[in-house]
Design a protein. Structure first.
Length: 389
């Protein structure tokens, strides 16, 4: 199959990358063999933690073209960010907040997710290479804990915290680990597929999605938690042989939105899932954030951005100067932080405009969680953490 083309139609070129920039640089397209590498490494857990540690040392991947180190994307002032198909410029906004300097937690850690329900508490999960294990670290009132092992048989992919006393992490073996404010539970298998994403708006409701990429057609499942146990898996858009449903956001109990690698979105309401709706055809939607049931924002390849108002989707439009966005977190409809797929940069959305790209963690890919308009925390692939406030 032909490779995914980058911004401006240029084919992405093989680029030498080193840990941890390997992760999202491999995501070059749903029909490219490299996508299985990404999905296999982090999302599916079909390889061991030890092999993942070796791969993270350095890979030759396919990365999107990017500006020289230290430069920022150009923007066109005066162009509003009304979401409309065919929009081609990114307006600029001011930056009242500042990022702290990244602080290394422990050598040999690669973080894969972070969740902050409040400004005073966060949980970040990832892998430790020596000794090999999945680990979690906690942020409490300005201080980060030492890493604690929570899993050893697969790759932990995601974490979501409703409160400082309730978090759920999921792994590539379809298992969940729960945090009760003091310790993590033993892994509990809740799905037959590799779970890629989880979202818990309360301690009595969570949604999780994942994919079995080695089956043909691929099997996409969703499970929900009701406070006492997990539901049986529900298959999402059966018969789709190429798409991975790999990101979910649940702003309230009983309502979730998930996105896939074919540019589709699905909603969960009243106990059932909708059929897929095309949001950004031919684009990979990498992440979604829903601070409320009437506002969601999803990001993907080519800087694709689309929004959901609770009833319908608007977009897509490009942000980040057309460079791919791999992660997004929105505290509200007027504050979101998007993370670039490479180069350690971010862009900020104020409800109308997108900022210019700014490098905040040179050479590293990172994950971010923003519980308020005045605070975000991030954890990167180099084992460092930092905050925006």
């Amino acid at each position: 199959m032909p490779k995914q083309q980058g911004a401006g139609g240029a084919r992405c070129q093989p680029t030498q990358i080193s840990a941890p920039g390997w992760f999202w640089a491999l995501r070059v397209g749903k029909d490219d063999p490299a996508e299985l590498s990404v999905t296999g490494l982090r999302r599916t857990g079909v390889i061991s933690l030890a092999l993942l540690a070796l791969v993270a040392v350095g890979l030759v991947g396919c990365a999107s073209p990017q500006a020289p180190a230290g430069s920022t994307s150009t923007t066109t002032p005066g162009v509003t960010a009304g979401i409309s198909a065919g929009a081609s410029a990114t307006p600029t906004i001011s930056r009242p907040l500042g990022w702290s300097t990244p602080m290394a937690i422990s050598p040999g850690i690669i973080f894969f997710a972070i969740s902050c329900p409040t400004m005073d508490f966060c949980a970040a999960v990832g892998i430790r290479t020596q000794p090999a294990a999945d680990v979690a670290v906690l942020y409490r009132a300005g201080s980060w804990s030492s890493p604690v092992a929570i899993d050893s048989a697969s790759v932990v992919n995601a974490v979501s915290c409703a409160t400082s006393n309730f978090c759920v992490a999921v792994d590539g073996s379809g298992r969940a680990m729960t945090f009760d404010g003091h310790s993590w539970s033993a892994p509990n298998r809740i799905s037959p597929v590799a779970l890629a994403s989880v979202s818990c708006p309360t301690s009595t409701f969570c949604g999780a999605v994942g994919t079995n990429v080695v089956s043909s057609p691929r099997v996409n499942d969703a499970v929900t938690f009701d406070g006492s146990g997990w539901s049986s898996p529900i298959t999402l858009h059966p018969g789709d042989a190429t798409a991975n449903v790999h990101a979910i956001a649940c702003p309230s109990s009983g309502f979730c939105v998930a996105v896939d690698t074919s540019g589709n979105a699905l909603t969960y309401s009243a106990g059932s899932w909708s059929q897929p709706v095309a949001v950004a055809s031919h684009e990979i939607l990498n992440s979604i954030s829903c601070p409320s049931s009437t506002f969601c924002l999803t990001v993907g390849t080519g800087g694709t951005v689309a929004t959901f108002n609770g009833a319908s989707w608007s977009g897509p439009m490009p942000a980040n100067n057309g460079q791919s966005l791999a992660w997004v977190s929105c505290a509200s409809s007027s504050f979101c932080v998007g993370v670039a797929a490479s180069g350690g940069s971010e862009v900020t959305y104020d409800g109308t405009n997108w900022s210019a790209s700014k490098v905040i963690d040179q050479g590293n890919f990172f994950w971010v969680s923003c519980p308020s308009n005045n605070f975000c925390a991030a954890a990167d692939g180099g084992g460092s953490v930092f905050v925006l406030q």
